[in-house]
Write a protein that binds this ligand. Structure first.
Ligand code: ZN
Length: 712
């Protein structure tokens, strides 16, 4: 109060002074003559300046009034609107016609302004939010802990401290890895003739690896998952294993492929770091390992469409293991243990891992250590870290608004199911029932606020290891055992633990639960803000909500009924028509070329996501129309002469603005199930009449092709 008063007084003094002064100029010419030339000049300049400012203000007012008249609507100038408007203005590239390339129109300047730093594989709006989230988590974890902190928070901080303590990691050097390798019977290529194959049994080795915290999914994958035919029960799943490369394709390309070359180099250097001096011998051993892994890759069934994979792989594996030299099998298995240890070791090992990552993703330097450690913490202590995050800050009002949006979008989707003309009545009825039973979770499970509940999760975990390496192995082992022990438990639908990582920038559909989930982390930034018009929110998080709902009815989701069981509820005729509609999408996307890498999208692998994108955007748009019918038209944004409908589409596109390194883009196109960002904009929008109407796109223009695809 005192401060405000003082300012007020000061202000009025200045005003009075100025007014007096102007009067003096007019009524007392002798006073004017007494002024020096410099004083006269300054006074005239000052008066001119005042006049200029007044004229500018006047012009601005006239322009604003005209602008509002021209648009004929009111303009929102709340902080939320101004911020959003400013972000959009900085993203748009108005030199491109929205009917020609809407992605470039909506994101052109965003892309121009962004810079990919050396430790990044690209810049995306998702990534920006994730970086902010990581910073927030870092400040939480580095805060001075309260005295009576629960043990799960203490263990988490301990892992973080060990991860950050590079001096100790450097000092430990390769010692922890050697200790673990000894317990596995040694890596044959390092042990040379000392290694004895009579002691080797691959199953025993797998069991040992599991006990030491290494992945046991090396030659086959064994996991406990719900029975898809009866999703209340957990059963053992035997599946094809993961490989050392992110995808089998890299192994099948042969030794000239840059990724495989880099992979081989990591293997050779690892052997050298562990003391092998003879290069020819080492390379020879490594070549045999890669040849064996290539045979594994050849046996793996690559069709990703079937849900139940016929384990023809198993019989092939059997003969492969019989034919192969035990030494090579052991070399390969232990290699996988070594490979998964690189990140926990000292600098030269981490640099080795980076050299591989560089070829794979284009990233050229290591991420800042705290960033790496937060990510590792998220993997190993995700629930505890999320509990810390959510206690710090979550806006309940956002949750309410998001629930309302889900309601509108779900209702719209139900209307569409009721009106599509290609479904028979029986299938339609089952589809409607399934849509009605979708369960929604937004924000986080309230159990995260309950220390006893969170503590139950980490119940049998004790961390007393001296080194970071051992700590990581211990936690890995803890989680593997926890996963496998689920075999004796039922699969609890909507278990709170499956909605316990709100510090996540993503959203989910779970076919076994028939549920959609939106963690707190995604209810911000480009996706959502409670203080901006809802056309932006429907374009942002609304598109995502629609996307997740549609997943329940994509090529895979539709194979599950309303209770989450793998049951066919489609009549033959309708099933056929669905497949025809999907073929249109597969062909549309399969014809898109990703210019940066000169490769086409895999229309088959990405079909589920593309169906979800197309349904999601359309349902969100139509749901917004319903919202306006109920609540009235919303004001426009300042500085942009765009309608509400146009802004909806701009907002939807802005979610996908991205600048990605070609290597990383290639990796995504070759291994991912999502289309690259650009096509998540132009794909669905060019299929929507509503888009063309909003932007007046002539029929036949690139964004308004005559032939359109529509599944939902
Ligand atoms: Zn999806």
């Amino acid at each position: 109060m005192i401060k405000a008063n003082e300012n007020g007084t000061n202000g009025s003094v200045i005003v009075v002074d100025t007014l007096d002064f102007s009067c003096n100029v007019v009524s007392k010419p002798q006073w004017w003559r007494r002024r020096t030339p410099l004083e006269r000049f300054l006074i005239i300049a000052f008066c001119l300046l005042i006049v200029c400012v007044l004229i500018t203000i006047l012009i601005t007012i006239i322009l604003l009034v005209n602008y509002e008249k021209r648009i004929g609507k009111n303009i929102c100038i709340s902080p939320g609107c101004v911020t959003s408007a400013s972000n959009i203005i900085q993203s748009l590239d108005t030199s491109v016609s929205p009917c020609d390339d809407f992605y470039q129109y909506a994101c052109g300047n965003w892309i121009k302004r962004k810079y990919i730093s050396e430790d990044q594989t690209g810049v995306t709006e998702f990534g920006i939010l994730r970086d902010n989230l990581n910073k927030q988590l870092r400040s939480l974890i580095e805060r001075k802990p309260p005295k009576d902190e629960p043990s799960f928070f203490r263990m988490m901080r301990m892992m973080y401290r060990q991860c950050m303590d590079l001096i100790s990691i450097e000092k430990e050097n390769v010692k922890p890895l050697r200790k673990y390798l000894r317990q596995l019977g040694g890596w044959p290529l390092v042990e040379k003739d000392v290694w004895n194959e009579t002691d080797f049994d691959w199953i025993e080795t797998l069991v040992k690896m599991k006990k030491l915290g290494y992945s046991h999914n090396i030659l086959i994958s064994i996991s406990v998952l719900p029975d898809i035919k009866d999703s209340e029960k957990n059963i053992i799943h035997i599946d094809q294993p993961s490989l050392g490369t992110p995808n089998r394709k890299y192994l099948l390309k042969g030794m000239n492929d840059s990724v495989l070359k880099a992979y081989r180099k990591v293997m050779i250097e690892s052997g050298a770091f562990l003391g092998v001096k003879n290069r020819t011998y080492l390379e020879n051993e490594v070549n045999k390992i890669i040849a064996f892994e290539t045979k594994l890759a050849e046996s793996i069934d690559h069709s990703e469409l079937v849900i139940v994979r016929v384990p023809s792989y198993l019989s092939q594996l059997e003969s492969l293991l019989l034919e192969e030299d035990k030494r090579v099998i052991a070399n390969y298995m232990i290699w996988r243990a070594v490979f998964s240890s690189l990140g926990q070791l000292d600098t030269k090992w981490r640099h080795l891992a980076e050299s591989y990552d560089r070829v794979l993703s284009g990233r050229s330097i290591e991420k800042p250590r705290h960033d790496t450690c937060i990510r590792k913490l998220m993997n190993r202590f995700g629930i505890a870290l999320s509990a810390m995050y959510i206690r710090d800050k979550f806006d309940e009002e956002s949750r309410e608004k998001a629930y309302e949006m889900v309601d509108y979008i779900k209702r719209k989707f139900l209307n569409i199911l009721k009106s599509v003309n290609w479904m028979d009545e029986k299938t339609r009825q089952r589809a409607i029932e399934k849509a009605q039973s979708i369960r929604t979770q937004i924000g986080y499970s309230k159990e995260l606020l309950n220390n006893t509940k969170v503590a139950e999760i980490y119940q049998n975990l004790t961390l007393d290891a001296k080194t970071y390496f051992e700590t990581v192995q211990k936690i890995r082992r803890f989680w593997t055992e926890k996963e496998l022990s689920k075999l004796r438990e039922p699969y609890l639908k909507n278990d709170w633990k499956r909605f316990a990582k709100p510090a996540t920038i993503n959203a989910f559909y779970n076919a076994l639960e028939n549920s959609i989930k939106f963690p707190a982390g995604i209810l911000q930034g480009v996706f959502f803000a409670k203080d901006r018009p809802n056309y932006l929110n429907y374009g942002g998080i609304g598109y995502i909500i629609g996307h997740e709902i549609t997943h329940g009815f994509d090529d895979k989701g539709r194979q599950f009924d309303k209770n989450g069981n793998n049951e066919n509820w489609w009549e033959t005729e309708t099933d056929k028509k669905f497949k025809q509609r999907v073929t249109c999408i597969i062909e549309q996307y399969g014809n898109y070329t990703v210019d940066e890498i000169n490769e086409n999208i895999n229309g088959v692998n990405t079909q589920g996501e593309n169906i979800a994108d197309n349904g999601g955007l359309k349902h969100a748009f139509l749901a917004y129309k319903d919202y306006v019918k109920d609540k009235g038209e919303e004001p426009l944004l300042p500085g942009l002469s765009l309608t509400q409908e146009q802004l909806f589409f701009v907002s939807a596109a802005n979610v996908w603005c991205a600048k990605i390194r070609p290597q990383s883009l290639k990796l995504r196109v070759q291994t991912g199930v999502h289309s690259p960002p650009r096509f998540r904009v132009i794909g669905p929008m060019s299929n929507m009449h509503e888009f063309s109407e909003a932007f007046n796109c002539p029929p036949g223009s690139r964004m308004n092709p005559i032939d359109k695809c529509e599944v939902w």
